[in-house]
Design a protein around this ligand. Structure first.
Ligand SMILES: C[S@@+](CC[C@H](N)C(=O)[O-])C[C@H]1O[C@@H](n2cnc3c(N)ncnc32)[C@H](O)[C@@H]1O
Ligand code: SF4
Ligand code: SF4
Length: 350
């Protein structure tokens, strides 16, 4: 009964969001990608954030509390804490606790390279003792030595494995929910099967990241490129609207979809600058620490960026596509009906 009530509520929410958008009305964001810091302790080959010499000054937890308490954020359901590497921030636990206090019903996600096991376990344990099940996304590109080669840190694979094995009993006790992010490139395609089997064997959910070349990653010169095997995607990625979009994009070269950036989600940089997504990190529309967030959301520069989003060439970014499909519901519903009628074209499970 509760399931049907939730589904009906979600269906109505999708309907009203689509209606509001077609009437040209703004909505309040539900999902937030937050850059906890722009510093990093890794040396990845396909992400050059660690090479940055100029850094933004991150807002203190106190200032962030004030910012997140704005009316603009009252519908937030999901906050993805990323970066840079969040665990390099000394007050990470305080920050995550503050987020839970301000958004008590939201999912709090921490995205990490897994090099600082102590910091991740501390965050999981402190949040759990405050009644919060933290979602942790740990990056592991491969079980072979190509992982350390891609991540640029000798011993990174062992550290991540050690962390994952420490998280396993905590997940079994219901204290944390773990996903493992595998960036799908030409360099780790061959190891994918082993990596996914290992991750699933621990009881964790693997998540393939679409490889992106962009100013955010500053990787225009990288010799790493996107994984292109549709067969692998079909085999190892759960049957979903997102996978349908990714496969269609690889087949046709057309990455467009109805994007809800600056409607149901946006990117907040660590100094309060509001931006669009990782492909268009430079599409900024104001600073929410210097101005009232609701004003920044409604002001003219945000409308200029909304017009650019409407003409965007598209992408397969997992949260950009995922949050858009989640908001309008239509593609997910279509995939659901197809699976019900024709069965799931699902990936391997063991
Ligand atoms: C930018 S990192 C930030 C969090 C943390 N430092 C980490 O590595 O997990 C978030 C995710 O993006 C992935 N990533 C890095 N470079 C990428 C790229 N060029 N395209 C797509 N994803 C990328 C990382 O592997 C990681 O899973
Ligand atoms: S992917 Fe993460 S760990 Fe690697 S350089 Fe980028 S921010 Fe740092
Ligand atoms: S379609 Fe993708 S690249 Fe374009 S604005 Fe949306 S999230 Fe960014």
């Amino acid at each position: 009964m509760k399931g049907w009530r939730n589904k009906t509520k979600y269906g109505l929410q999708c309907f009203f969001d689509v209606l509001a958008r077609s009437l040209g009305l703004n909505m309040l964001p539900r999902y937030l990608w937050f850059e906890v810091t722009d510093r990093c302790n890794s040396k990845c080959r396909y992400c050059n954030i660690w090479r940055k010499t100029k850094h933004r000054t991150p807002l203190t937890v106190g200032r962030l509390r004030g910012l997140f308490s704005s009316r603009l954020f009252r519908n937030i359901q999901y906050i993805l804490n990323s970066g840079g590497e969040p665990t390099v921030r000394k007050d990470l636990v305080e920050l995550l606790l503050m987020e839970h206090e301000v958004f008590p019903n939201a999912t709090i996600q921490l995205s990490t390279n897994g090099l600082r096991k102590d910091k991740v376990l501390e965050a999981v344990n402190v949040l759990s003792s405050n009644g919060v099940v933290l979602s942790v996304g740990v990056s592991l590109d491969s079980l072979s030595e190509s992982n350390d080669n891609l991540r640029g840190v000798p011993g990174a694979r062992e550290k991540v494995i050690d962390l994952l094995e420490s998280l396993q009993p905590l997940q079994e006790q219901g204290k944390v929910k773990v996903t493992v992010g595998i960036t799908f490139t030409n360099k780790n395609e061959v190891d994918l099967e082993n990596t996914i089997r290992y991750v699933r064997g621990l009881g964790f959910q693997p998540l393939l990241n679409w490889y992106n070349t962009s100013g955010f990653y500053d990787n225009f010169e990288s010799e790493v490129s996107c994984g292109k095997s549709i067969e692998l995607l079909k085999k190892y990625f759960p049957d979903s609207a997102y996978r349908d979009h990714w496969i269609k994009s690889l087949r046709t070269g057309d990455y467009r979809f109805n994007c809800w950036a600056l409607r149901s989600f946006f990117v907040l940089k660590c100094d309060g600058t509001a931006s669009t997504c990782l492909s268009h990190y430079d599409w900024e529309f104001g600073n929410m620490a210097c101005n009232e967030p609701s004003y920044v959301w409604e002001d003219q520069p945000s409308n200029v960026v909304r017009a650019k989003v409407a003409k965007c060439e598209g992408c397969c970014n997992n949260w950009g596509v995922g949050w858009s499909f989640q908001t309008e519901g239509y593609k997910r519903f279509k995939n659901y009906v197809r699976r019900k009628i024709f069965g799931s074209k699902d990936c391997i499970r063991s």
